[in-house]
Design a protein around this ligand. Sequence first.
Ligand code: FE2
Length: 579
Amino acid sequence: MSWKIHGENVRAMQEEIYLVSLKRRPVELVIENATVFNSITAEFLECQNVWVKNGTICYVGIDEDPVTDADTMMIDVQGKVLLPGLIEGHTHILNFIGPEEFIRHVIPSGTTTVVTETIELASVAGQEGFDYFIKALQDQPIRLYYTISPMCGLTLEEEVHSPPAEEYHKYLRDPLCLGLGEIYWANMLLENEQGKRVRKLAEMALSYGKLVEGHTAGASPNKLQAYTSMGVSSCHEPINGQEVIDRLRLGYWVMIRQGAIRQELDAVAGIFSRGVDTRRVVICTDSMDPERFINQGSLDAAVRRALELGVPPEKVYQSVTINVAEHFRLDNMLGSISPGKKADMVIIPEPGEYRPEKVICDGKLIFEDSRVTAKIRPSTYPEYFFNSVKPQPFDMPPVPQEGKVRVMDLVTRLVTTEGIADLDDPQQRKQLNLLLAIERTGRGGMFLGMIKGLGLKYGAAGTTMCWDTSDMFVAGCDEESIRAVVDRLEVIGGGAVVAVGSKILAEYPARLCGIVGLEDMETAWNQIQKTERALAELGVPWEKPILTLNTLGTAAIPHLRITHHGYVRLRDRAVLALQ
Ligand SMILES: [Fe+2]
C-alpha cells in the first residue's frame, strides 16, 4: 500500500468517493448481504451492503443498487459477518523472524493494521536500525505503523546505541509514527541522565501531539501516578482484573496481552462482565513467535480465546478495532465500517466464530480461499547488518571455587531474584551455571556471573537475540562448550547456539543484526524447536528457554539482570559483582 499522498490525486479520489455514494459514478467493490458489525454502536446489522471506491468505504446500508460497470467486483457474503479489519495495537514484528514472514502470516488473522515497536535492530545498529526497519514497513499490503523506541537500557552503558534526542524529531514528524514506544516506568523515574533522556523524549512526543506508550509492571501506586502524570496513556502489562481496573481509572488504554510471551486473557477476561466501560480495553499480542504463529495464530487466536471465555462478541471485536483506533487517534480512518473510512474488512461466518474467510485491506482482497493473495515487498539492509557479531577475543575470567557468590536466581522462566550461593556446599554448587555477558558489537567488555535454576547439566547455550542490549549471553558448565558457542555465534552471524564440548548440537541463525532470522516461518520453527529440544535434553526445564536467555539483560523484567559490566539490580540500578 502506498502511503505517498499527493494533494491533487487525493482531491480527485475524494471527489469520486462522494459521487459513488450519490450513484453518479460506478463503484469498485460491493459487498452484498452482509451482517455488518457496527463497532461504534456495538450492533450486528443484517442485510447491509457496503460500497467501496479508491480504498474507501462510500456507503453502508440497505441500498442494493449502486452504479456498477464492467470493473465492479461483487461479493455476496450471504449473511455472513463483516468486521472492520483487526488492529494489532502493540507488538514487536521482529521477534525471531523478518517483516515479510510476519506480514505473510499475520494477514490470514484478519489483521489489516499493525502498530509495532522498533527497538530490535536499533539496539545493535543504532539509528540505522530504526531507519531500515521503518523502510521495511512501507508499501506493504497491510498498514504498518510504528512507535519510535525510547531505547530504555539497564544502565547508560546499554543505551550507547540510542540516537541523540534531536534525532527523534524526524520520527515524531512522520505520519507513520504514532508516538514514543514503550517506556519502562522505572526508567522514566530515574534521577540520572537516563531518566532525563526518556522524560525529554516523552515531552517531545507530546509536543507533536503524539502518544507515549507505557509499561507499568510492578509500579507502586504513587510511582504509577507519577509516571502517568508525564503523559503516558497506555499499558500492556496488567496480569489481573484489578490491575486493569486500576489503570482504566487512571485514564489508560489498557492492552491485554495474548501472544507468544504471555497470555493474560484467562486471568483478565472477567473485567468484560464487571459492568465497567471497556471501550479503553484493547487485546494485543505484544509479539509472536514461529511456534505460536503456526500452532495457534496471532490476534485471531486471541480473539478466539476471548470468545471461548465467554466475552460478548461485540466487546471482543471492539477491543481489536475501534478501541485501538481511538487510542492511536486513527478512528477517523480505521476501526469502523462507515463512509469515509478505509475499506479494511474481514468476513467471518458468524459473530461467535472468528475464522476469517476473506480479508480486504484498502479495498483489495488480500486473503481468500486460505491463501494470501497480496504481494509482500522484500526489505533490504546494508551488508554490515549481517556482520554484527564481533566479540573481542577474551580470556575466560577465573571462576571462583569457594566461598559465597552472588547469583541470578530464576524464579520463573523470565523473572529472577538476587541470590547468594555457597560454593562450599556441593548441593548449591550443582544448581549453578556460569553466565557470561559479552559485548558483541566490537566495543569490548565482558562479565562472568552465575545463574541458578537454568538447569544445564553439561554443555553451554548462548544467544545474541537479547532484548534491549547489544550484549550476548552464554550460560554453560565448562569453558570448552562456552567457547564453542561464542565462536559459532560469531560464524553464523548471531542467533542461538547449543554445544557440548566442541560439538554444536543445534542452532537458530539470526543474521540480521544477530537479532532476526531470515528463513521462512516453517524453517525458523524447525530450527527453534531443535534448539529448544537440545536445551531440554541438557536439563533446562523451562518452556521456550531461548526466551529465558534473550531476556537476561532487559530492564523490563525484575529483579537482578546482567550486562557485560556486572549484574544490575533493577530496583536501584546498582552494578554488582559476582563476589
Ligand atoms: Fe512490548
